[in-house]
Design a protein around this ligand. Structure first.
Ligand code: HH2
Length: 300
């Protein structure tokens, strides 16, 4: 009986993927995996909707995520679950700004703002966020210049359509190749608007205009996405394809599967992981990083 091979992408991923990510206020090392704690201030998010709509509750949860070891916090005021309707900019800003203002004073980890709207991004940057996480990859034509002017980090996520329409029979020929090419195109647009490449992270957009089979293929195809040369962020946390795999488990019963998917993504080269429950993912990634750093000799 032979042993399972050490994942063949480990060394390649280490050398191909960028070892750092420039964000506002400094550079994050990617020599170890980073976890991004999710803080949704929405009434309707698929996993934590309605739990943190009161700012004080949200701030308490943010502190909990930081205690669990979150390296960044990603704050969102508009759900992007399949079928979600857009929230007006003033309503979205009213949800996120009071929490950003408090957290900017209270926590030392960088804050990311999950928004597709340049006006909301601008207000968030004014209140102190260091990263804009744009799931639409620059659908708002002003977004890149707003991010560039603030010297912020930028996450460009791949999505086909909008949250309202994206799950209506998503179709690809080669999903990994098409996502890679479209992400590269988005990055080129961001750079043309003045965002330096070193500030950009790319994200395949798990669940955004993708079937479960597309999601699995993208996780398996991580080395191709990492070969684009930007840090790759993976957002699998509690998503429906994991629930389906587990026979219909509820979102908060999907954390072990989330951690496993993150570890697989790590061995493909992803280095930034956006998750609801930080501790189990952080611990699983610590094991993965220890194996990767031990190298082939130690595996003998
Ligand atoms: N997924 C969600 C939201 N934002 N951002 C990035 N970069 N990558 C993702 O995969 C991603 C994201 C959806 O998850 P969640 O925020 O928990 O749900 P909702 O959109 O319902 O608030």
């Amino acid at each position: 009986m032979s042993c399972l091979p050490v994942p063949p992408t480990t060394d390649a991923a280490r050398s191909e993927c960028a070892p750092g990510w420039e964000i506002r206020g400094g550079r994050l090392s990617l020599h170890r995996p980073l976890t991004v704690g999710i803080l949704n201030l929405t009434p309707d998010s698929f996993s934590d909707g309605g739990r943190y709509t009161v700012p004080q509750r949200a701030v308490e949860h943010a502190h909990r995520l930081v205690r669990q070891g979150a390296d960044l916090l990603d704050i969102g005021g508009e759900s992007t679950r399949p079928g979600a309707r857009p929230v007006p900019a003033d309503e979205e800003a009213a949800r996120v700004l009071p929490v950003i203002e408090q957290l900017h004073r209270q926590v030392r980890v960088p804050l990311s703002l999950d928004t597709q709207k340049a006006a909301v991004a601008e207000a968030g940057l004014h209140a102190g966020v260091a990263v804009i996480n744009d799931v639409s990859a620059l659908a708002d034509p002003r977004m890149a210049e707003v991010v560039a002017a603030a010297g912020a980090g930028l996450v460009l996520m791949h999505m086909r359509g909008t949250p309202a329409t994206m799950q209506q029979s998503p179709t690809y020929g080669d999903v990994v190749e098409e996502v890679a090419v479209e992400l590269e195109r988005s990055r080129t647009r961001a750079q043309a608007a003045g965002v330096p490449a070193a500030r950009i992270a790319l994200d395949p957009g798990i669940g955004f205009g993708k079937t479960a089979a597309h999601n699995w293929a993208l996780i398996a195809g991580m080395p191709r996405l990492c070969a684009l040369g930007s840090p790759v962020l993976l957002g699998v946390s509690r998503k429906a394809f994991l629930g389906a795999l587990l026979g219909g488990a509820d979102p908060d019963q999907r954390d072990v599967a989330t951690a496993a998917a993150c570890v697989v993504g790590f061995f493909g080269g992803a280095r930034i992981f956006r998750v609801h429950n930080v501790r189990p993912v952080r611990e699983a990634l610590a094991v993965a990083a220890a194996v990767a750093n031990a190298g082939p000799e130690a595996a003998l």
